[in-house]
Design a protein around this ligand. Sequence first.
Ligand SMILES: Cc1cc2nc3c(=O)[nH]c(=O)nc-3n(C[C@H](O)[C@H](O)[C@H](O)COP(=O)(O)O)c2cc1C
Length: 158
Amino acid sequence: MDNDAKKTALRGISYGLYVIGTKVNEDVNAFTGNWVTQTSFDPPLVAIGCKKGTTSNEGIQNSKVFSVNVLESGQKDLAFAFFKPVSRVGNKFGDVEFYTKTTGSPILNDALSWFECKVVHQYDGGDHVIYVGEVVDAGVHRTGNPLTLSETGLFYGG
Ligand SMILES: Cc1cc2nc3c(=O)[nH]c(=O)nc-3n(C[C@H](O)[C@H](O)[C@H](O)COP(=O)(O)O)c2cc1C
């Protein structure tokens, strides 16, 4: 296989960019990720890819829950805040406020909308674990255009 072609072709997949939250023991954690897609209407299922060895992966592995926060176009700073591990203080990750609802996974106050999932399948295929979650709750804070990966100029894929 031509590795450059593989990289270019895989980077041609269009993505959004989301803050994915989970529970870690009695605490919460969140990371920014683009490997998110809906895979079923009924039941409503969503798959995410989560990097092995991260705090978030350990959290999802143990708690079997995660939240997906849909960011708004322009909210690059919010996305960038969760590319590295972020400590939680009270109901904030740094300056970023959140709350919890059904699964205990963090929901960002400034996200456009959100949904929470319970893991119903998982596939241990490579350097990431694929979790398929059933959507068990969702909410909309306001309407707007979702943030896309291409808008940030970043890549995670290839
Ligand atoms: C553009 C971009 C997209 C990313 N997408 C994902 C992703 O879909 N899944 C993932 O596990 N990590 C992804 N990451 C890496 C995580 O954001 C990073 O490993 C994070 O530090 C994990 O946080 P944690 O250690 O607190 O769990 C991405 C990083 C970048 C720069």
